[in-house]
Write a protein that binds this ligand. Structure first.
Ligand SMILES: [Zn+2]
Ligand SMILES: [Zn+2]
Length: 336
């Protein structure tokens, strides 16, 4: 959702200021503090089993769902907001609809810390040694613009009971050991955006949040920024943790004395007392087309971590154009 808020002194548009805890009027500079962002109250953990009944559906404003016809991304925006660009692919072809009854509203928000200007510096540094960096930057206007957007992230708290078997060596003999340990998992992140979860590089950036710094949800921190609606539901998100959770718990097992020196560790896990938080978290996104392929670069709006896709070679179109040029001058020394 992109929130529109009118300035109380001049009627201008108020926009949330990354790095600060207030909104600022675009016309007269009037500032308004956002109390939720200075609050010391932690974001409430929600019980997973009763989630369907207790999750909030109140976005704190009149919301609408905007769907991009090119890439399928869904964002939630203020009903008063005119639909703009799709932040994922730059398309202007979008369709709006009413949000369905069961779209949960976020429990918490991590506000933008990184400004757009800072994001651009981070980006320039990241591309400086890459293929055709300055040429593409000069040619492609879209590359010079980052879009700020909030994306959905579920975090899970769960008590795990792990049973393990493994082998160890003693006096030249191999012996079997089995046992169990408990471990409380805290704020295990699962990205709820199909657009971003499909790419490992982007996923690394989106998992890099300090979730303890999340604040209670407020639509004011969205003033000027759209928010992606989750495309991976709560149950689907929890069901997808398997391999990641397994990897994480095996790392925990290595920190336990009983399992530290075991080889061929085999582990089964039972989960208890599952809780979740639905957070929206800030990213700066830059997407551009090169040779008909969409490239996406994302910057974590809280930590500044950057990653994404970048062309590695001349596209087929550029190659054909170059060949045509070489051939028409009889210069094709490449043996094509
Ligand atoms: Zn004003
Ligand atoms: Zn799109």
């Amino acid at each position: 959702m992109e929130q529109t808020k009118k300035c109380p002194s001049c009627g201008g548009t108020m926009i949330f200021q990354p790095g600060f805890n207030y909104m600022r009027c675009q016309s007269c500079g009037h500032k308004e503090m956002i109390p939720e962002l200075v609050s010391k109250i932690p974001v409430k953990e929600m019980d997973f089993l009763t989630a369907q009944n207790t999750a909030s559906h109140d976005w704190g404003m009149e919301a609408k769902v905007v769907t991009c016809k090119q890439c399928g991304a869904e964002t939630i925006q203020n009903r008063l907001q005119l639909s703009g660009l799709c932040p994922f692919c730059g398309s202007t072809t979008v369709e709006t609809a009413d949000p369905s009854q069961d779209i949960m509203a976020p429990d918490g928000i991590i506000p933008f810390k990184i400004t757009e200007k800072r994001a651009f510096y981070i980006f320039k540094d990241w591309i400086k040694d890459r293929f055709l960096a300055s040429e593409l930057l000069a040619e492609n206007a879209q590359l010079n613009k980052f879009y700020g957007i909030y994306v959905p992230l579920f975090t899970f708290d769960v008590l795990t009971e792990n049973r393990f078997t493994g082998h160890y060596s003693e006096n030249g003999r191999t012996l079997l050991r089995c046992g169990k340990f408990r471990h409380q998992v805290d704020d295990f992140p699962v990205v709820a955006s199909k657009q971003l979860a499909s790419d490992k590089l982007l996923l690394n950036v989106i998992k890099d949040y300090r979730t303890k710094e999340a604040k209670p949800y407020t639509p004011d921190a969205l003033a000027g920024f759209p928010c992606e609606h989750y495309s991976i539901g709560l149950s689907e998100a929890w069901n997808s943790v398997g391999p990641d959770m397994d990897f994480y718990l095996r790392n925990q097992a290595c920190k336990q004395n009983e399992t530290r020196y075991l080889k061929g560790l085999d582990m089964t896990t039972e989960y208890f007392d599952l809780k979740y938080k639905y957070l929206i978290v800030p990213v700066w996104i830059n997407s551009f087309f090169y040779d008909n392929k969409l490239y996406t670069i994302v910057i974590n709006g809280q930590t500044g971590k950057i990653d994404g896709q970048w062309p590695k070679s001349f596209g087929t179109f550029a190659k054909k154009a170059a060949l045509f040029f070489l051939e028409s001058f009889g210069l094709n020394q490449y043996g094509y």
